[in-house]
Design a protein around this ligand. Sequence first.
Ligand code: PEP
Ligand code: MN
Length: 333
Amino acid sequence: MIAVLKHGTTPDQTAHLVNWLKAMNLDVHISEGTEVTVLGLIGDTSRVDMDLLKSLEIVADVKRVSEPYKQANRKFHPKDTIIQCGDVRIGGGYFAMIAGPCSVESEEQIIEVAKAVKESGANILRGGAFKPRTSPYAFQGMKGEGIKLLLEAKKETGLPIVTEIMNISTLDLFSDVDIIQVGARNMQNFDLLKELGKTRKPILLKRGLANTIQELLMSAEYIMSEGNENIILCERGIRTFETATRNTLDLAAVSVLHELSHLPVVVDPSHATGKAKLVAPMACAAAAANCDGLMIEVHNNPSCALCDGAQSLTPHQFDELAHRVRLVREAVR
Ligand code: PEP
Ligand code: MN
């Protein structure tokens, strides 16, 4: 981190600031120019409050020269992280095809969808049991019962399962869940992230609706700072001025995240677009962008779905998507 001091700062003021910084266990390199003095802060600057430093009377500007995330940073961990979940691996060339309904609705529904998506090449089953809905009057999910049905589907098909947690008080219900999802709305629920950091479960961390790539990585850092390194990042579209799609899929995020971090990156084109017919083209585009997996909503009867029917594919449409994605992956390999 670099702090530029204002012209006219006295040696006393500079010494006072340097002592304050040293008290934070930082080494300070002072370089005095003819116009300005520049302080180079050396050491762990992740705990320095940049805004506070910037607000000081004698400080003209503060810049980070290293990222505030350490454990998620590729600089300190050049090799791709591979997440192991049952027999399935994600990252470092291993591809996750995650598919299933937005919400678990009944035993017949989840088993039927699970069998169909497995047949088409999915290797992980998704299904929401705790649903974060915009309206309190909308279907809120089958909760614990939904997780039991997912476990039934897992037993029936052998597919590992991923489902969303909304509140840490329900963690016990997730003991047999293979991957715990943190949804977009909870990406910055820091207490939840810290508690999940104390587990060793793989966490699928979705990007918030209005969060930057750096904020997503800082949320991953929250989980990692408690000891859990099993994180899969998920780009699921961000909110922009565009209204033609539910969100705007930020595909460049896949490449940016791969450059900045060693963690695997999965893309969810279902929530990103909100429209079934846009899901396959965006899934292919994400595969071409070298994502480590896809998360696709599939329903046996989308027009009757209790949640997100408009963006859900039929099992047949998913089968076609999976085939096209395989072709794209072979073509770009
Ligand atoms: C979901 O995957 O079911 C979901 C609610 O997604 P998001 O958090 O990305 O909106
Ligand atoms: Mn959904």
